[in-house]
Write a protein that binds this ligand. Structure first.
Ligand code: B12
Ligand code: SF4
Length: 549
């Protein structure tokens, strides 16, 4: 039996870690989770628990925060092993070169790979050939092939909420975080999900990346939690989209109110949403939804971001949501290379017209594991040495002349949307130097919308905001990692519109015509290819979206 401690900086209940923990416990290991902001002395608390293994989850930007802690734990617990998983090491195993801190990484879904590693370490066996695992071999990072993605989510034990709800603050808040699915129907060019769809599956016939729990399993999972933690008054589904599979919402609307009965909030992909779905969500008790508008410009949204949200969808779905008494909030991106400052004010204008109950505004961050991000690195649009910390709420890593205005607009976005004459006022304010008043105005809006509008609870949300301040505004030594050969090979599976140059065979250098350069995503915005028939996009009717992966 091994003792495995998960460590996290963000004060949040992570679905991935909950399931990893329940699988490990099911197989006789002991687990716990330590959230840095909720421990009086984080360093000591982990040390006192005497773990054999430390498990770290990392998105890009979070890959190094734990190193100073690990340095100290390694001194006190000489047998300690460390394992990193999550999106960052799934796409970039260069982190393994930091061998004093990281012993191995796990790519993609970690449940059974982590179990195999822990069992092997316990039995003093080599982990070098375990599927999904990456290790240093002869000083070079080496990634093993991956096993098939878990197709039947119901085959997993219920997520282990105890490792998070041992913290009174998390167990006593109004809203609990739950997941009903894995994956996403869309493959937006600024998001890593597109590459996950290629790299997080083994490629077997009929293997799916998009999967949903059965409604019965989900309701049982809920009742298991609420029986032990009765304080929750609402559920927030953290899934990329609750409308993942056609027909699922209908069954959910039948069973959820009778078997669980808690109101809920969720994300939706509005290009796969129709009025029947909205009616079912309303019947089930949906109080509010969130969707990614991302840009006011249809061109940017569809041609550059690859999001299937035409203006027709963007302006028709909110009316249906209102009709069925579901409030909605939008997610928006500021500062991508496809947009000028004027375009960003168009996003403000679109929100003024849509009148959402709230707007989340994130600053565009170029992840190499995304189509658009990779293009940014290749085209030299990224300020590579600039450390912007783990978050996408704080600063931009793009080289732009209007950087100050962009970052200020992200902070003042809600003022521009909700104040009368907000746009002309904010157009003036964005020119001032960056300052904490703007930061606080963003936080105040986020707090109001989350706490009051979405029903998270004023006090809970305030405390959550304070606990995550370091996460939102903090810097780290993470920055942008250099990507190695292996990672570039994964990234080559992305179609970024470029063509590989070709050198002739037999050692003879043939004269080849220069490869025709396809337009980049950003250029594509202004590029009008001749199409035979342009298929009009409408809100999906009865599309089985789980097929979309
Ligand atoms: C829900 C969600 C959130 C939630 C929950 C956070 C979370 N990380 O779980 C919230 C809203 C808090 C959030 C915040 C952020 N998110 Co987010 N989020 C998602 C989303 C939609 C689903 C993640 C999920 O729960 N999947 C289901 C679970 C079961 O899978 P999983 O978490 O990947 O866990 C599995 C494996 O990763 C692995 N694993 C996980 N942890 C560990 C630990 C160890 C030790 C091991 C071995 C393995 C392992 O095994 C798990 C089980 O199979 C994904 C997009 C997507 N569809 O995947 C983006 C995504 C993960 N988020 C992303 C980003 C950028 C962020 C933020 C940085 C944004 C910000 N505000 O600044 C923050 C970071 C917060 C944080 N500390 O992680 C990016 C990461 C991109 C990248 N290349 O790094 C993603 C991929 C979306 C995107 N834009 O590309 N997010
Ligand atoms: S809809 Fe969201 S989770 Fe899905 S690909 Fe787009 S940004 Fe990523």
């Amino acid at each position: 039996m091994a003792r495995v401690a998960f460590i996290v900086t963000t004060c949040h209940e992570f679905e991935g870690m909950k399931v990893l923990s329940s699988v490990l416990k099911q197989h006789g290991h002991q687990t716990d989770c330590f959230i840095s902001g909720l421990e009086r002395n984080f360093l000591q608390a982990v040390e006192d628990w005497k773990p054999d293994v430390i498990g770290i989850y990392a998105t890009t930007g979070q890959e190094t925060w734990s190193f100073p802690y690990i340095e100290r734990w390694r001194k006190k617990l000489p047998h300690l092993k460390t394992l990193m998983g999550g999106p960052h090491p799934s796409f970039d195993i260069e982190i393994l070169r930091e061998a004093e801190y990281i012993d191995a990484t796990i790519k993609a879904e970690g449940e059974y790979a982590m179990l195999d590693v822990i069992n092997a370490w316990e039995a003093n066996r080599s982990i070098d050939d375990i599927p999904n695992v990456a290790v240093l071999k002869d000083g070079e990072p080496f990634q093993n092939p991956i096993r098939p993605a878990i197709q039947d989510l119901d085959s997993l034990p219920f997520p282990d909420v105890d490792i998070f709800y041992k913290y009174g603050f998390l167990a006593h808040k109004r809203v609990m975080q739950v997941h009903a699915s894995r994956g996403c129907q869309n493959s937006c060019t600024y998001c890593s999900v597109g590459l996950m769809k290629k790299e997080w599956v083994s490629g077997g016939k009929n293997e799916r990346f998009n999967r949903v729990k059965s409604v019965d399993y989900l309701c049982e999972e809920m009742n298991d939690i609420t029986a032990r933690y009765p304080h929750f008054r609402m559920v927030n589904f953290g899934d990329a989209a609750l409308n993942m599979k056609h027909g699922w919402l209908e069954e959910f609307a039948e069973k959820w109110p009778k078997q669980v009965g808690l109101p809920f909030a969720c994300n939706v992909n509005i290009n796969y949403l129709n009025e029947d779905d909205i009616e079912n969500m309303s019947r089930a008790g949906c109080a509010s939804v969130q969707f990614g508008l991302e840009s006011g410009s249809e061109d940017v949204r569809t041609k550059v971001y690859g999001k299937g949200y035409t203006d027709e969808i963007v302006y028709s779905i909110p009316k249906l949501l209102r009709k069925h008494k579901i409030t909605y909030r939008t997610n928006n991106i500021m500062g991508s290379p496809a947009e000028t400052l004027d375009d960003m004010f168009d996003t403000v204008q679109a929100n003024r017209e849509l009148k959402p109950e709230g707007c989340t505004v994130l600053i565009y961050r170029p992840f190499r594991s995304t189509q658009l991000g990779r293009e940014d690195f290749e085209e030299g649009r990224v300020d590579i040495g600039k450390d912007i910390g783990p978050s996408i709420q704080h600063d931009s890593q793009m080289k732009r002349e209007d950087l100050r205005e962009v970052v200020n607009l992200q902070k003042l976005f809600n003022l521009a949307v909700y104040l009368p004459y907000g746009i002309p006022l904010v157009k003036k304010l964005v020119k001032f130097p960056r300052n904490p008043v703007y930061d606080w105005s963003l936080l105040a809006f986020l707090w109001y919308q989350h706490a009051v509008v979405s029903g998270y609870g004023m006090f809970d949300d305030f405390k959550l905001g304070v606990l995550n301040l370091g996460q939102i505004f903090g810097r780290s030594s993470g920055g942008t990692h250099l990507y190695g050969e292996q990672t570039n090979a994964f990234l080559d599976t992305l179609d970024t519109g470029g063509e590989a140059a070709f050198v002739g065979d037999g050692g003879l250098l043939e004269e080849k015509p220069a490869p025709r350069k396809k337009p980049t995503l950003v250029e594509r915005r202004h590029f009008q290819p001749k199409r035979k028939t342009a298929k009009k996009q409408t809100p999906a009717d009865g599309k089985d979206v789980a097929q979309a992966s």
